[in-house]
Design a protein around this ligand. Structure first.
Ligand SMILES: [Zn+2]
Length: 125
């Protein structure tokens, strides 16, 4: 039986272990921080080495520095807009309504105390 080499042909000679292309210093690639992006298709972490100073690889936006212009930032904000339920305006509206309800309950309680009985059953819980 012919013995099969356990190395891919011609690959090891060109790039011996521990050496990197383009004059980069050798290091243990397994020790590098990993890309934190979660793949949509598999639901698993990407796992590629993260770019220097970033938490994601070049594929998952490590090269991007994000929008800089006012228009770009606004476009980015609007890109995943679904219903606006968590927009600043909607949240402020909810806060306002909650505060109104709290004040009405407080007022109703004060009136109830003065009258000595509850006349608002069924209206305010
Ligand atoms: Zn990645």
């Amino acid at each position: 039986m012919k013995k099969i080499k356990d190395e891919p042909q011609g690959q090891r000679e060109k790039n011996p272990p521990g050496r990197l292309k383009n004059g980069n210093p050798p290091c243990d690639l397994r020790s590098l921080p990993r890309c934190q992006a979660i793949a949509k298709s598999t639901g698993k972490q990407c796992g590629n080495p993260a770019m220097k100073g970033k938490r994601v690889c070049y594929i998952h936006g490590g090269k991007s520095t994000g929008p800089k212009t006012k228009e770009g930032l606004e476009r980015s904000r609007r890109a995943n807009w679904k219903h606006g339920q968590y927009s600043e305006e909607a949240r402020a509206r909810r806060r306002y309504i909650t505060e109104l309800l709290r004040q009405s309950r407080e007022l109703a309680e004060r009136w109830t105390d003065k009258l000595g009985e509850t006349k608002y059953e069924g209206i305010i819980e």
